[in-house]
Ligand binder design. Structure first.
Ligand SMILES: *Cc1c(COP(=O)(O)O)cnc(C)c1O
Length: 385
């Protein structure tokens, strides 16, 4: 019997059988190859348009001066990065879990706490990795309806069952850009049973420019069940290197590290992230560029009669007022890659990452052409413009 005679699908675990893989943004090179376009602008994956932190880049270049290090396994404890995090935020190393991207950390939580018969709670329109990670380990996801596209924390607390072991929340959330206030989150934490793990995903925290905004680190000492995750992929510009981390109580950290691969973060990522943490100037520049680009896009979108959700991230979730997939395809033809979010239950929206000013302008003019063509195609022939 040849391997192809097996029905491997039916042999996979039930949760895995029903999984549909995470859909990444289309790579620039692929689109260029397919369409022979001279310019492609990718505003699809919330990457930093400034590139990596210069300090991180210098640290990687320095590390490569000793190429033997690439032949060795990385430090499985991530000492250099953990001590940089400790220096920066004061967290002892026994509270820090490093991940191959913060995505990895989210999966560590699922693997450490969830299995068949367990529940995990997350919001409608929340980051796609939460349902994926939950389903992959055979647990049941409870999706709580959003309120104004954002997390309804009261409803989420009420949705917790005796079988609930983990709640995932994102602040700001991707793909909506929505956020919740510190007071609302404190009330939420007071309602969540203290044996239920709450993952507060702050992947876009560095872009938030409001002193009164929720900072998950402020609540960690009050709540042993709180896990705050952060990433170097977004504001620090290190998406390709894959590095993120969680801070939690030592007890939870210990459990996360039991299921972690021994060498989950590579050595270049470790040195880059440690250097990036000290690059305040770069994060400030990224935040300012993002704020200006957000205004630029919001103004242009409003001129086109389009509305975006209020966003604290480095992206906008825009209501196109019609099924968005055709517009996404038409934008590709123009060399602009954005993100359709139908898989997030938002079939009329497109998520547009905020780029450099000229990238935003390129995307806006492409969108104007695409919408003009779509309007013309919809209006009856001869009815004029
Ligand atoms: C991008 C993102 C992450 C994870 O990014 P990594 O590259 O894995 O660090 C986590 N949460 C949200 C909400 C994100 O948008």
């Amino acid at each position: 019997m040849s391997g192809s005679d097996h029905d491997f699908l039916s042999r996979a675990r039930p949760g895995v059988q029903k999984l549909s893989p995470y859909q990444p943004g289309k790579p620039v090179e692929e689109l260029q190859r397919e369409l022979g376009l001279s310019r492609v602008v990718k505003l699809a994956s919330n990457e930093n348009p400034l590139g990596p932190s210069p300090r991180a880049l210098a640290a990687v270049q320095q590390a490569l001066l000793n190429p033997l290090e690439l032949a060795r396994y990385p430090d499985g404890n991530g000492y250099v990065l953990k001590s940089a995090i400790e220096r920066r935020f004061g967290w002892a190393m026994d509270r820090i879990t490093l991940g191959n991207g913060s995505n990895d950390v989210l999966e560590l939580v699922a693997r450490a706490f969830l299995g068949e018969g367990d529940d995990a709670v997350f919001s409608q329109h929340a980051f796609a990795v939460y349902p994926l990670a939950v389903q992959a380990v055979g647990a049941r996801g409870i999706e709580v309806p959003a309120r104004d596209f954002g997390h309804d924390l009261e409803a989420m607390a009420a949705a917790i069952t005796p079988a609930t072991k983990v709640v995932f929340v994102a602040n700001p959330n991707n793909p909506t850009g929505t956020w919740f206030e510190a007071d609302d989150f404190r009330r939420f934490m007071a309602r969540v049973p203290s044996h239920v793990i709450v993952v507060l995903d702050e992947a876009y925290g560095e872009f938030v420019d409001d002193a009164a905004a929720l900072n998950g680190f402020d609540l960690l000492d009050e709540h042993a069940n709180l896990v705050v995750s952060r990433t170097f992929a977004k504001a620090y510009g290190l998406a390709a290197l894959r590095v993120g981390y969680a801070v939690s109580s030592p007890a939870v950290c210990n459990l996360l590290n039991r299921v972690r691969q021994p060498f989950n973060v590579n050595s270049l990522a470790l040195v880059a992230a440690a250097a990036a943490l000290e690059d305040d100037a770069f994060v400030q520049r990224s935040r300012a560029l993002n704020a200006a680009g957000r205004e630029q896009l919001l103004t242009a979108l409003a001129d086109m009669g389009l509305q975006a959700m209020p966003s604290r991230g480095n992206f906008l979730c825009v209501d196109m007022g019609r099924p968005a997939m055709a517009l996404f395809q038409a934008l590709l033809q123009e060399g602009v890659i954005v993100r359709p979010v139908a898989n997030y239950g938002l079939p009329q929206h497109l998520r547009i990452s905020i780029g450099l000013a000229e990238e935003n302008a390129f995307a806006i003019s492409a969108l104007q052409r695409v919408l003009a063509r779509a309007d013309a195609a919809e209006s009856p022939a001869g009815a004029g413009a």
